[in-house]
Design a protein around this ligand. Structure first.
Ligand code: HEC
Ligand code: HEC
Length: 228
């Protein structure tokens, strides 16, 4: 027997996603685009690895639900971005389901195995490392890894990975929440957290997550040079 409230929730949940994503249709869209839609690969890379130097985030291995949600937010304007808005608006619900299913099953750039061994979670008195792994309880900021996973590799389909994402991109997202320019997301978790962070903390923690895979893979990712 369903409690009426739960039944209503069930209906709401079912009406959200279109049919399950078709990964091969998604791959085609990502690689070649469609009518009025530039190929995602142009900016997000052939393997969905992003382009850190330009601040284009990686999508590979992020949860499909998270990515789809972001595309709906870009389309509605509740997550403001001049580049992604027209692209997201041009996509049908089915195309969003397809392309996010495709990116979700690509191998993630970083996983806990790659990051293991790197893990001295509290290396120095580095402010970014401290905040990421311990939080700042004086200001009610929980440790980022509590939700984003050890090393910031992401958890489930709703908590995106941060490790190796460009520092400029991460900073821009935290600032957007502070300024109310990005949809608050589930339970306003990030809106709340970002508002409690100082600009110095934002810079430190963005640099920390951007730099994580460098130490592990010697990969030239983050471009801290032009960071604002
Ligand atoms: C011209 C470059 C460009 C193209 C083409 C492009 N994107 Fe983006 N995308 C961006 C930028 C820039 C951002 C970061 C926006 C921000 O800062 O909020 C982004 C962000 C995203 C995000 C949010 C990622 C996150 O971690 O929250 C998703 C999802 C996304 N793009 C999907 C797509 C898909 C799917 C396509 C193809 C249909 C596509 N993009 C094509 C530039 C592009
Ligand atoms: C209580 C859980 C929670 C904690 C703690 C948390 N986050 Fe998040 N974070 C989330 C959720 C949920 C999202 C997805 C938001 C959405 O759907 O728009 C997110 C998204 C993000 C994003 C956007 C990623 C992208 O690809 O665009 C950044 C950046 C981020 N968090 C940084 C941080 C930092 C830095 C900390 C630590 C100071 C932190 N988070 C702590 C839950 C959390």
């Amino acid at each position: 027997m369903l409690v009426p409230g739960l039944a209503a929730l069930g209906i709401a949940a079912c009406s959200m996603p279109a049919a399950a994503g078709d990964t091969s249709a998604g791959q085609k869209l990502a690689a070649s685009g469609a009518d009025g839609v530039v190929a995602c690969a142009t900016c997000h890379g052939a393997q969905g690895q992003g382009m850190a130097a330009a601040g284009f985030p990686y999508l590979a291995g992020q949860g499909a639900a998270y990515l789809a949600e972001q595309l709906h937010h870009f389309a509605s304007g509740s997550r403001g971005n001049a580049v992604m808005a027209p692209i997201a608006k041009a996509l049908s619900d089915q195309q969003i389901a397809d392309v996010t299913a495709y990116y979700a099953q690509l191998p993630a750039a970083f996983d806990t195995k790659t990051l293991a061994g790197h893990a001295d979670p509290y290396p120095t008195k580095d402010a970014g490392a401290w905040l990421a792994n311990r939080g700042d309880w004086d200001n009610d900021i929980p440790a980022c890894v509590q939700c984003h996973g050890p090393g910031g590799v992401g958890v489930g389909t709703q908590f995106p990975a941060l490790a190796g994402q460009s520092a400029n991109y991460l900073k821009a997202q935290l600032s957007a929440w502070k300024e109310g320019k990005r949809d608050p997301g589930p339970l306003d978790l990030m809106g709340d957290i970002a508002k409690r962070m100082s600009d110095a903390q934002i810079t430190a923690v963005a640099d920390y997550f951007a730099g994580l895979p460098d130490a592990v893979q010697g990969q030239a990712t983050a471009t801290q040079g032009g960071a604002k």
